[in-house]
Design a protein around this ligand. Structure first.
Ligand SMILES: Nc1nc2c(ncn2[C@@H]2O[C@@H]3COP(=O)(O)O[C@H]4[C@@H](O)[C@H](n5cnc6c(=O)[nH]c(N)nc65)O[C@@H]4COP(=O)(O)O[C@H]3[C@H]2O)c(=O)[nH]1
Length: 950
């Protein structure tokens, strides 16, 4: 559509040409008309001039009868002159001059015409009167008649022809007449009139001559010629003007075309410019709007629409409405921003959703308005963040050091000054190397710089020097900052003084690797050193690991207290250290266990000597709490590479050997042997089997009767666990209870024994056997969660009383001396369950714990009972135990009574009950019933006699 206007240009051009031709033609015809009219006028004037001349001549020569034709001609000449004057080109001076002279000529003629008419009339009258007078004279006979006739005749000729000869003749005749004497008045009158007539005729002739001599025609010709020239000039002028007009039209059209082209070009450019502007504006993050001089929206971007989402379309498109809306909005928002009504203004504006805008409104030269809104919420936030960062920078405990690309310190914070001792002014502009301690080599720094350049950061520990020369450790993190061109801009180093941290670390390390009490290496460090020693590629090398356990340490601990025990451990450590070579590592392994690593041995004998020396040291009395204390130690030795190849195995084997030494009577040393290994393997296998045995139903409970030493009646039974191993047959509880305790299986197993035996007891009750049940309970069961409440509930479930149950515990449990154990035991006894001390006399039998714990029964170990019949101190020991029990009101049970002698002895000593093979071995439940029935029958039959049973 836009390009169609181009066809208008030739059309306009043609229209212009047509218009010019039309105007040209019109003007030309006007000129032509004027010219023709003027030519007609000239011809008419010429004709009228001729008529006028003819009439003049006729009048002058007495041929005209009247002046009507002459007057008519003169009148027409006058009108034609007026017409000519009207049509004359007043702008042409030549025409004006000619016309003026023509009019002058005509005026002259007019004046002559009047004269001629006048003298013609006078002449004619004279000529009419003279003949009358002549006739009178003739009649009177006045002389000179001939002369008069001649005169009259000459006069008539002169009048008719006006020739000079006639005039001369008249003049002669008149002179002749004049010469005549006046004879009469008539003659005088005649002479007078003749003379006057002649003068009139002369004057008439003179005027006619003058009239005819006036040349008006050439003037008319000149006028016509001038008219023709003027006309030609006018036409030429018209043509020139037409050409100019054509030229101008052409120029105009060309100009229009050019203007159109330029307009099109400029509109294209402006379209392009607008597109570019729109693209640029739409790409702006700022809100942008352009309003024209009339306040109409010319252009705005998406950001503008987003900025003023509350504005409706009309407001957005109209600046005044938009402005008014802004004003309203700002007023409503509590005037936190300001708007000035100037032509150009800048202001802050807070949007409804809390954003801050930097607004700038400026006028355009056309009276429009450019509005820009920049969301400066981020800047505000950044400022806030900067303030926060600055506060952090100033107040943080970490030292911050900024170094420029030329490795010069540009900024440090107060923490830097505190840590390094340097004031900011002292280090700014300096190379950070001034802080170096000299502890790190070139390679270290090369690595650091490489990491900074390649990875952009480095962090680690570094030793630096304070201003006072002190070298201290830092934890340093350096980050490389790069500019937009990816060039290193600066390095930011953040570091903390980790002196204290290092100390703590050292302390923690020490705590982790050293025993706090003895300051010896602990188990972890020992294993570490052992592994290191084993890793040494040394041929023909012998290494020994000695596992040491103090003998009777527990006694010291229990009797003198933990503090004394601790002192003993420290003293032992000191003595052992004194016995060992420098290459050895003495470690406290835990409790009263020590381990010595001897890494550089030449023979096993060397290890023996060292171990014996340690045993000797440990056997020397120790002074604790002003008392001499005698202990000893058992040492197990395992050798590398003979006994094991790795650290774990070596430790285990040394431990086994140590147990072997313990079993061998303590205070001795034992080397690990293959037999020990086999036993260890056996135990391992046993443990595995034990884990499966309960589910496999391999356990059963046997019961051993407990018989009143006074009546011989069965008062109770002791439940004893039995394990029927599928391959190994019966396994004694002595062999697996300890293992079950170690593995924690005793919890489940012990509960199973309780359930099983309580169930059997309840059955026996129903069958009429009033028995009391004794069940062994391990101290480990306490740790594994056995509760009195559960046991009571179990009894209640089977309709039994708490007093029907006796729990047998070992002395060792009572040795634990903690409140928990007491509370745990009391939970049983307060409900009526009784407690029995098993194997009394083998441990640290003490009056104190017997008093402290709620014990009801003492079971005298069978070791003492066994020796009762023989000479020795057994008799007096049992007597003492019985006396002790009696004094505390305890019931006394003798275990392991096998013979009648033993029975009679324990009866004599006052034991309340006996238990032993003398009466019965532990029996399965069914056999027990059978045994009890028979035993009852024997008693009833009076057959029961200790001697008989023996
Ligand atoms: N030489 C000899 N021995 C006699 C005589 N009379 C009884 N014995 C044995 O002496 C042990 C008495 O049990 P204990 O001292 O409680 O000693 C028990 C007890 O401490 C433990 N034990 C057995 N069953 C259990 C149980 O269910 N739980 C717990 N925790 N330990 C149990 O195993 C130990 C050994 O039990 P057993 O092998 O059954 O050995 C039993 C029994 O068979 C005798 O006249 N001569």
């Amino acid at each position: 559509m836009r390009r169609h206007w181009i066809w208008l240009i030739p059309l306009l051009f043609l229209a212009g040409l047509l218009l010019i031709a039309l105007l040209f033609q019109q003007n030309r015809s006007v000129y032509q008309q004027q010219y023709q009219f003027a030519v007609q006028l000239f011809n008419q004037l010429r004709e009228l001039d001729a008529v006028s001349d003819r009439e003049i001549v006729q009048i002058a020569h007495a041929r005209g009868r009247n002046y009507d034709h002459l007057a008519q001609a003169r009148q027409q000449i006058y009108l034609a002159q007026q017409a000519l004057e009207q049509w004359a080109e007043l702008d042409d001076p030549v025409t004006q001059t000619l016309l003026s002279s023509y009019f002058t000529l005509q005026e002259h003629k007019e004046a002559l015409v009047l004269d001629i008419q006048h003298y013609a009339a006078l002449s004619r009258n004279g000529l009419l009167y003279l003949p009358q007078l002549n006739a009178e004279l003739s009649a009177q006979g006045v002389i000179g008649e001939a002369q008069r006739y001649q005169l009259l005749s000459a006069l008539y000729r002169f009048h008719l022809f006006g020739d000079l000869a006639s005039l001369h003749e008249v003049q002669r005749h008149l002179a002749d007449l004049q010469a005549l004497p006046v004879t009469s008045a008539a003659l005088a009158d005649f002479k007078h009139h003749a003379e006057r007539n002649l003068s009139h005729l002369a004057r008439l002739s003179q005027d006619v001559q003058a009239y005819l001599l006036i040349e008006s025609r050439p003037v008319l010709d000149a006028l016509e010629q001038q008219k023709q020239i003027y006309y030609a000039e006018r036409v030429a002028l018209l043509e020139r003007r037409a050409r100019i007009m054509v030229g101008l039209t052409l120029l105009l059209v060309l100009g229009l075309a050019l203007a159109g082209y330029r307009w099109q070009l400029s509109s294209q450019q402006s379209r392009l410019a607008r597109q570019r502007l729109e693209t640029a504006v739409s790409g702006l993050s700022e809100a942008f709007a352009l309003f024209d001089g009339q306040g109409r929206l010319v252009l705005c971007n998406q950001a503008w629409q987003r900025t003023y989402p509350w504005m409706n379309e009309q407001e957005r498109r109209d600046w005044s409405r938009c402005y008014a809306s802004l004003q309203r909005y700002l007023k409503a928002s509590g005037c936190r921003a300001y708007l000035k009504p100037q032509e150009v203004h800048q202001f802050l504006e807070e949007t409804y959703d809390g954003r801050w805008l930097q607004a700038s409104d400026s006028g355009t030269p056309e009276g429009g308005r450019v509005c820009v809104r920049t969301d400066i919420s981020g800047i505000q936030q950044s400022r806030q963040e900067l303030r926060t960062v600055a506060a952090v920078f100033e107040n943080c405990n970490e030292a911050i050091m900024v170094v420029d690309a030329a490795v010069r310190i540009t900024l440090v914070n107060p923490a830097f000054e505190r840590i390094t001792g340097y004031a900011a002014a002292e280090v700014l502009g300096q190379n950070p190397h001034l802080l170096a301690s000299g502890r790190h080599d070139r390679a270290f720094y090369r690595q650091l710089w490489l990491a900074l350049l390649e990875d952009g950061q480095w962090s680690g520990e570094i030793w630096n020097r304070r201003r006072n020369g002190e070298i201290y450790p830092q934890h340093l993190s350096i980050t490389t900052l790069r500019n937009a061109a990816d060039q290193v801009h600066e390095y930011v180093a953040v570091f903390t003084d980790i002196t204290q941290h290092k100390k703590h670390e050292e302390q923690i390390k020490r705590q982790a690797y050293y025993d706090a009490l003895t300051q010896l290496p602990n188990r972890i460090l020992l294993i570490d050193r052992l592994e290191q020693a084993l890793a040494q590629p040394q041929r023909h090398r012998l290494l020994a690991l000695c596992f040491i356990d103090l003998d009777r340490f527990k006694n010291v601990n229990d009797t003198l207290g933990h503090e004394a025990g601790d002192q003993l451990l420290v003293q032992v450590a000191a003595r052992f250290t004194a016995c060992l070579p420098a290459s050895a590592t003495l470690a406290r392994f835990g409790g009263d266990e020590y381990v010595v690593l001897l890494p550089e041995l030449h023979s096993a004998q060397e290890a023996t000597l060292i171990a014996e020396q340690m045993i000797a040291c440990a056997s020397e009395p120790f002074v604790l709490a002003e008392r001499d204390i005698q202990i000893g130690c058992s040492i197990g030795i395992a050798l590398y590479p003979n006994d094991a190849q790795d650290a774990d195995s070596l430790m285990r084997n040394a431990d086994l050997a140590m147990y072997q030494a313990k079993q061998a009577g303590r205070n001795c040393l034992r080397f690990f042997t293959q037999r020990l290994q086999r036993e260890a393997d056996y135990l391992m296998q046993l443990e595995q089997d034990l884990r499966l045995a309960l589910a496999a139903g391999q356990f059963s409970v046997h019961y051993q009767p407990q018989i009143s030493s006074h009546t011989g009646r069965v008062e109770g039974v002791e439940a004893l666990l039995r394990w029927q191993h599928p391959q190994r047959g019966w396994i004694s509880p002595v062999d697996f209870i300890g293992l079950a305790e170690d593995t924690g299986l005793i919890g489940e197993l012990g509960w199973w024994v309780l359930e099983q035996s309580v169930r059997d007891l309840a059955r026996w009750r129903q069958q009429g056997h009033a028995l009391r049940l004794a069940v062994n309970v391990s101290g480990r069961q306490k740790q594994l969660g056995l509760q009195a409440a559960s046991v009571l509930a179990l009894l209640a479930r089977h309709g039994l009383e708490a007093s029907d149950l006796v729990i047998e515990i070992t002395e060792s449990l009572l040795m634990e001396r903690d409140d928990d154990t007491q509370a745990w035991l009391e939970a049983f006894t307060t409900q009526g369950i009784r407690l029995a001390i098993d194997d009394f006399g083998t441990g640290y039998s003490s009056l104190s714990y017997l008093k402290r714990f709620p014990i009801s029964v003492l079971k005298i170990d069978r070791e003492f009972i066994r020796d009762l019949g023989e000479a020795g101190e057994a008799q007096s020991l049992v007597e003492a135990i019985v006396a002790l029990g009696r004094s505390l009101g305890l019931k006394l049970v003798a275990e392991g009574v096998e013979t009648a002698t033993q029975l009679s002895r324990v009866q004599a000593l006052g034991c309340d009950q006996v238990q032993g093979y003398y009466y019965a071995r532990p029996l399965p439940a069914d056999e027990l019933l059978f045994w009890m029935t028979r035993h009852q029958q024997d008693i009833q039959a009076g057959l029961y006699s200790p001697d008989e049973k023996d």
